[in-house]
Design a protein around this ligand. Structure first.
Ligand SMILES: [Zn+2]
Length: 499
């Protein structure tokens, strides 16, 4: 302790000497040299000159406020220092600071030392990467990138914003009504309602299922072997309408040369035509089928007889209703064949008006050869065109051939072909009341239907050569076929030769 005291006295002496020599050398601003003399204050301390005017600093006991002058140790109070300095061992030592203003904006003065202020504003401590400094406090940054707030499950964070994820799972975009969302992709729904797969032509899509269409066209059900499938319906095989059937309007002159528009149908080149005056009361389907059956029956007739209609009378029109050519139907009328105003042949049948037909005139029966009895009859008369063969002879052949082709009704269910006898022999007893001459020619001379081809072709040959065949000529033909005189047949049948 003694040594330390002795040292202190020595240091104080040196400091004092220095003050006398140099005064305060440490100043805040640019130094300005003052005289180095000192003033001894009443308490024995010395003060030097200072300030811009190099005045003596006030004595320590003077009532001068020294707010910015730090306390100095008792030992050094004799040294006067500038702002923010303190005397130490006879020298002025600068403090780091005396007020916050000395430390800059980011620090405060505490214990004469500048200390970094607390808080993120001063980087003390700094905020984390995901934080921002607000009101000197670190707060999580806003936005999904910082999970503040996080995006919902159906959104993703892009550029710090929540963006709806892509794909139908997120409704972005949604799938159309025909699609399911599978694995976040729109997948076409299964089933024919969505054409995935569609049904083929034979199936309809019903309740999203392919269902076989109804009708014979699709084998649902199939037609019996005696039926054809036409327009998806099972119909009698004779109902198949010729593919070339043409349906057109034509003007036909009738009695008194009055003309009317007719719905006509035929296959081009055919010798027959079905006509119906407009407005036609009969359905197209019925007429189409009637044409089909008629063509078949007339084909059979010309085949059996080996003879065609005389060309100038064709196409021969078949009228099924009352019209301006046939006139009005009168009860009891059967039908007839004649030549029209334009020279062609025509047959009036009145099927539409008749209520007593064995097989009613309807779309089903129209197909049947069983319904063509009267047509074949009148067509047979047409085969005698341009001859003088008389009515009763013609009538016998017309009856025989029409029964043969159109069927002899033996009673029973007229809807069934089994109620008809087709291909009936002229020798059949049932033929006698209708065609007695045919019956006798067959019975006496064996001239059955199979021999008619000879008779008609010979007649046609004579006609073609310009001869007008009369009753005697025709009997001569029959004599030739029989190989003997057939007079007895005519006598038995009460048929006289008129021409
Ligand atoms: Zn007749």
């Amino acid at each position: 302790m003694k040594a330390l005291k002795a040292g202190n006295v020595l240091v104080a002496g040196i400091l004092l000497a220095t003050l006398f020599l140099a005064g305060c050398l440490r100043t805040e601003s640019g130094p300005k040299a003052c005289a180095l003399d000192a003033k001894i204050c009443p308490d024995g301390t010395a003060v030097g000159r200072m300030g811009p005017d190099c005045e003596f600093a006030p004595c320590p006991n003077a009532s001068v406020a020294q707010p910015n002058v730090p306390n100095a140790s008792q030992a050094n109070q004799s040294v006067a220092c500038g702002y923010c300095q303190y005397p130490e061992n006879g020298s002025c030592v600068s403090y780091q600071c005396c007020a916050d203003a000395d430390c800059g904006a980011n620090s405060s003065c505490s214990g004469h030392r500048c200390t970094l202020r607390q808080g993120c504003r001063y980087g003390n401590p700094p905020c984390g990467e995901n934080e921002e400094c607000a009101n000197n406090a670190c707060a999580l940054r806003k936005g999904c990138a910082y999970g503040n707030p996080p995006c919902p499950a159906n959104a993703s964070c892009s550029n710090n914003a929540c963006v709806l994820k892509s794909g139908c799972q997120y409704g972005n975009p949604s799938c159309g009504a025909n699609y399911d969302c599978i694995g976040n992709g729109c997948v076409l729904k299964q089933g024919c309602a969505y054409w995935n797969p569609g049904c083929d032509a034979d199936h309809d899509c019903i309740a999203n299922q392919c269902v076989l269409k109804a009708g014979c066209q699709y084998g649902n059900p199939k037609c019996d072997t005696n039926l054809y499938c036409v327009n998806n319906q099972c119909v009698n095989k004779q109902c198949v309408v010729p593919s070339g059937l043409a349906d057109y309007s034509v003007n036909i002159s009738g009695e008194g040369n009055s003309s009317a528009i007719y719905d006509a149908r035929t296959v081009p080149g055919s010798p027959i035509r079905v006509v119906c005056q407009d407005p036609c009361p009969v359905s197209d389907l019925l007429l189409n089928r009637k044409y089909a059956a008629l063509e078949k029956s007339v084909g059979d007739l010309t085949s059996i007889t080996g003879t065609a209609f005389v060309g100038k009378y064709t196409p021969i029109d078949f009228h099924y209703t009352s019209d301006n050519v046939c006139g009005d139907y009168k009860p009891g009328d059967t039908g007839y064949y004649a030549h029209g105003a334009d020279g062609r042949g025509y047959a009036c049948l009145f099927f539409h008006e008749k209520s007593s037909l064995v097989a009613p005139f309807d779309e089903n029966n129209a197909c049947r050869q069983a319904g063509t009895l009267l047509e074949v009859h009148e067509a047979t008369h047409a085969l005698f065109d341009d001859t003088d063969v008389s009515y009763w002879i013609q009538e016998n052949f017309a009856k025989t051939l029409s029964f043969y082709i159109g069927g002899y009704y033996k009673g029973g269910d007229a809807d069934s072909d089994s109620s008809f006898v087709f291909g009936m022999s002229a020798c059949d007893q049932r033929m006698k009341p209708y065609a007695p001459l045919s019956y006798e020619l067959c019975r006496l001379y064996g001239i059955d239907v199979s021999s008619y081809r000879k008779a008609f072709t010979r007649m046609d040959s004579m006609r073609s050569s310009g001869q007008v065949v009369n009753d005697h000529d025709f009997k001569s033909i029959l004599d030739g076929i029989a190989g003997q005189d057939t007079s007895q047949a005519f006598i038995n049948a009460n048929v006289t030769l008129v021409t």
